[in-house]
Design a binder for this molecule. Structure first.
Ligand code: C2E
Ligand code: CA
Ligand code: CA
Length: 505
């Protein structure tokens, strides 16, 4: 700026002198001679031209420099792929916004939005498609927001949205809109892709008063959304922090649980609806921690899966259950034992060989063993399920689809896969005797499964009325508190004695 000013002044002075000399020359000399004065005049003209060129060049370069420095600043503050503000600008914006909100006594909400399973997109379709998809996602999210809102890309597939000028802290409507816009299908070349998103919301000032805390709390909320199975939105609460701390404590403690012999198995009887004979049992894992007491598997099994210990723990379950089975029944029995397989375990290298090895070692015949695999695990990767289930059934194991009906999917896989039974989820059973719609759903599920020649196990039967409903459908197997809660091995041993051995005497 300074250089330009000096140049302009010099330029002005030179122009004035040159103009003066020129008019003087014109007045005194009709013809041009090479007098000293005219030399001076031409020199000044030359200087003037040089100055003009330098001036033009300088202003051109300074414009270019300004542009390039603006570009550099833009690049430093924006994400190159989506052109949205990046993490650094987001942080600066959040700080500024907090200051403003404090001044105006207003509030705002931060939504941490993470695209579910984006890695699979990159793995399946390549990074180029992944990048193009992110650009579309960014545009869709941006167009969903009001002018006063703010969006930044703060990680590979993570976006931060700040909703300012809120009339209330109710952000459900925008959350729904975001879910819908992400959920609409994407078309790339020949491919059609559908996505879901996990969101965590933290609100100012209720959930934190500094940028760091607000971000941390929105992150904790998004972790909770992922733990809930993704495709949902969680709002930050103090309880989430406590849960996280407990999860961290449990994760650490679980690493020692096997060697400290803290796991044990329970067995829940499965009884024929009409004959009321014991036909099988499900093996259920328990963990007794010295300080936490007996922890529910719904709490700790996901952590065992997350930490990668599931392989070792599942092998222990299978070996212990097989040993117990052999001890109770020797070589001959019609009673089956159902063992839960974790979806994580299925994809581990050498899983089938290890299952077969353990069962052979225990000298148990595979036809007595039912392997339970959840419907969600089956439909999330049909090809893999097909391959694994075929290998297992070829070895003589029976496969049961657990939590049947919860997968929200076409059940055409039942025709395709080598499945011998389905286990209707407890959620359908709860109101089966009192709610007409539930009864119709369960009835048609029963008809479908039985029509396909599959055995049906019903889980969670607690009352006489529920039992009566199923008794009318004949060949159904009942598992539930009505007959028995899960029992420790010793008590299950007595149950078997009473219900099998005695009835055979
Ligand atoms: P799941 O495989 O669906 O197991 C059935 C659950 O329903 C068991 O809960 C059982 O105790 C419960 N249940 C059975 N009948 C009734 C009833 O009449 N009323 C009520 N309210 N509940 C009933 P549990 O033992 O707490 O297990 C929860 C989940 O933890 C299991 O669901 C399974 O997903 C997982 N899990 C348990 N044991 C194992 C295991 O050995 N391996 C693996 N991978 N997962 C396991
Ligand atoms: Ca099960
Ligand atoms: Ca189940």
């Amino acid at each position: 700026m300074k250089a330009k000013l000096i140049l302009s002044i010099v330029f002005l002075v030179v122009s004035v002198i040159a103009a003066g000399l020129f008019s003087f020359e014109m007045e005194h000399h009709a013809t041009f001679t090479l007098s000293l004065r005219s030399l001076l005049f031409f020199a000044l003209i030359a200087v003037f031209v040089i100055f003009l060129i330098v001036f033009l060049l300088l202003s051109f370069f300074s414009k270019a420099q300004k542009k390039s420095s603006e570009r550099m600043t833009h690049l430093a503050r924006h994400d190159t792929l989506t052109d949205l503000p990046n993490r650094t600008s987001f942080f600066a914006f959040l700080k500024e916004n907090i200051a403003k909100a404090k001044e105006n006594n207003s509030y705002f909400a931060l939504i941490y939005l993470d695209i579910d399973h984006f890695k699979t997109i990159n793995d399946n379709f390549g990074h180029e498609i992944g990048d193009r998809l992110l650009q579309v996602i960014a545009r869709r999210l941006y167009s969903c927001l009001r002018e006063s809102d703010y969006i930044a890309r703060i990680g590979g597939d993570a976006f931060a949205i700040v909703l300012t000028k809120l009339v209330s802290l109710d952000v459900d409507e925008i959350v729904r809109r975001l879910q819908m816009t992400i959920g609409a299908s994407y078309n790339f070349d020949e491919n059609e892709v559908r996505l879901t998103t996990s969101m965590g919301v933290a609100r100012f000032p209720k959930d934190g008063e500094t940028a760091l805390t607000i971000i941390k709390h929105a992150e904790i909320a998004v972790y909770a959304a992922k733990d809930q199975g993704r495709n949902n939105c969680q709002f930050f609460t103090e309880q989430l922090i406590k849960d996280r701390l407990q999860d961290a404590y449990m994760e650490n403690a679980l690493a020692f649980a096997l060697e400290r012999d803290e796991f044990f198995l329970m067995y829940q009887p499965q009884v024929h609806a009409v004959t009321k004979k014991l036909v099988g049992m499900e093996v259920l894992l328990r963990w007794r921690h010295p300080k936490l007491g007996v922890v529910s598997p719904a709490k700790f099994v996901p952590l065992v899966e997350k930490t990668g210990l599931i392989g070792q723990v599942s092998e222990w379950i299978l070996a212990t259950a097989c040993k117990q089975y052999k001890l109770w029944f020797g070589d001959k029995t019609d009673i089956t034992m159902s063992i839960n397989l974790s979806p994580r375990q299925l994809i581990q290298h050498g899983f089938i060989e290890r299952v077969i090895g353990i069962v052979e070692e225990a000298d148990v015949s595979p036809d007595g063993l039912h392997l339970e695999i959840t419907e969600t695990a089956v439909i999330s990767n049909l090809d893999l399920a097909d391959k694994i289930l075929l290998q297992l059934t070829a070895k003589g194991f029976q496969v049961v689809v657990d939590d049947f009906g919860t997968g929200y999917a076409s059940i055409s896989y039942l025709k395709r896969l080598p499945i011998s039974a389905v286990k209707i989820d407890r959620s359908f059973i709860i109101n089966v005797a009192t709610n007409h719609n539930d009864a119709v759903i369960v009835e048609s599920t029963l008809n479908l499964a039985q029509g396909l020649g599959l055995e049906v196990v019903v889980e969670g039967v607690e009352t006489e009325e529920q039992l009566e409903f199923f008794r009318q459908h004949g060949e159904v197997i009942i598992q539930g508190y009505y007959f028995s809660e899960p029992l420790i091995a010793e008590v299950m041993g007595r149950y078997i004695d009473e219900h099998v051995n005695k009835s055979q005497e």
